[in-house]
Design a protein around this ligand. Sequence first.
Ligand SMILES: [Zn+2]
Length: 258
Amino acid sequence: MLLCCMYHHVGADKLSNSLPILEKHFQYIKDNFNVVLPGEPLIEDAVNVCLVFDDASYSFYSYAFPLIKRIGIRVVLAVSTKFIVDSANRVAPHVRLHVAVDEMMLGDTFSKSIPFCSWEELLEISNSGNVKIASHSYSHCNLLQSPDVEAELADSKEILQEKLQKEVDAFVYPYGRFNASIVKHVRKQFKYSFAVGAGDNRSWDGIDGVLFRMYCDDLNDPTSMFSKWNLRKYRVQRYRLFVKKWLMDHAPSVQLAS
Ligand SMILES: [Zn+2]
């Protein structure tokens, strides 16, 4: 069984978990499951879990990253490169942590208040050995509405590889949106790609090349999502993922008038 988990922020106003919940949640995962990064061998008859944080907000660096190192687990961090600045020294940490989630990607907020990790911080994260960096496109656009999907993929991959000096082979679809043509583009440049949906992926091939992730923000309690009943449910829900993938593959691309 391969379960993938999707997280965003820590201690923020939405798409977020509190630090105490996250700590108990991670400790439970570490104690009970096989934590893996994309491509690593899966243990048959065990629950393999891949943890993926989206957007690389400063709350990841500030709260999640120290926790990940202390507990000794490993996660994927998906970065949209447009929003990353070289250094964040000029903005106080409390300012960076208190940008509303809905405002983080608006206008020049990313350079004024620096709510995302800087390249300095990402380099430290990437070199820690606990975090694999993935592409989350260049501008975090809905790829179904992008006039240039190739550039969104290639630019982000190239920038990440140059800045971090590591191969980037995983991609996270912004808003979980894709269709068959977008998946084809993604698979030319990345070995692994992640969308949104609860269920057992079974292997790194997921559902025809796309891995689905469970929503793990706003957890009410740290462990109930892994109850015996829920684990059984995820096995059954694998078949719903095939349906979801088919429906998404056939989603039309809509070019918005500018
Ligand atoms: Zn995102």
